[in-house]
Design a protein around this ligand. Sequence first.
Ligand SMILES: Nc1ncnc2c1ncn2[C@@H]1O[C@H](COP(=O)(O)OP(=O)(O)OP(=O)(O)O)[C@@H](O)[C@H]1O
Ligand SMILES: [Mg+2]
Length: 334
Amino acid sequence: MKAVSSKSDLLLSVEDLRVFFHGDGVVSRAVDGISYEIGKGETVCLVGESGCGKTVSALAILGLIPQPPGEINGGKILFKGRNLLDLDEEALQKIRGREISMIFQEPMTSLNPVFTVGDQIEEVITTHEAVNRLEAKQRVIELLTDVGIPSPEERIRDYPHNLSGGQRQRVMIAMALACRPEVVIADEPTTALDVTVQAQILQLFKELQNRKKMAVLHITHNLGVVAEVADRIYIMYAGVMAELGDGEQIFRDPSHPYTMGLLAALPSRSRKGQSLYSIPGAVPDPAHKPPGCPFHPRCPYVEASCRREFPEMCDFGDGHFARCPIIHRQRTGN
Ligand SMILES: Nc1ncnc2c1ncn2[C@@H]1O[C@H](COP(=O)(O)OP(=O)(O)OP(=O)(O)O)[C@@H](O)[C@H]1O
Ligand SMILES: [Mg+2]
């Protein structure tokens, strides 16, 4: 598989990150020891059901976890060799938007309703770069052209509510690209959109990525979306990593029962007419996770040990790993 090929290609690595939330006398272990890597120019996908900790792990990268109630309980986030968790707010502000930027899950909550979209994109540029207003405005128009907004000279005077959902999402992408960052985190950038617009936005993103050589961390709950774009896929469940591999390994040879369930739940032409499968049960509340493997109450392969022991990450070869000793034993005999 296409792993990060050498140390010099590695841009961002999250190592054994833990983010907990405190409240009502309980501790929510939202992110509970996850690791992932992103190399230069790669598209890495983080996939998992709602509430499994995808957004929290991304916010931690940018230093945006509200503390309290949040607390970084361990781990490292290395960006070009520096641990972002050790940086103060001033140093993080220099990185945010300029070196690592994020497209947030909800465009309407991240765009300011009282400023025009032109002013909002311009502000990202002038915050980080010494350019005059005219240059900045020119850059805004180029960015809006790049993301496929027609008549950008007129659109810059629009307020967010004047735009359609798809156009707002394009504006968010333009803002994220404004300072030509090395890493863009795209958190469910298309879920609020209809399927045709989703496909357009993903295509656009791929083109821009190829042209600008950015690395992208693509976050989604939809495994179907990532098939085409991912160099590497990380499957998260209840704050831990369940499986990782390239598209071929995940789609042809899923090795964690949770991944198998996600794949079975995808609509498919060959199952046309049959009712859609869904994994029984629900993601556990991070304040009340079951002992042992967090997936065991929903798992068709469950054995007694799964109810007691937290499973180790098992090596399925060529960079393909899954946290399931049961499937590993079935496949390898040991
Ligand atoms: N500020 C907060 N205070 C308390 N708990 C929080 C906070 N932010 C997130 N959580 C909890 O952390 C857990 C993980 O949330 P997160 O937003 O990362 O999920 P997600 O995987 O992004 O889900 P979705 O697909 O719905 O976006 C959830 O149980 C959530 O309730
Ligand atoms: Mg989320």
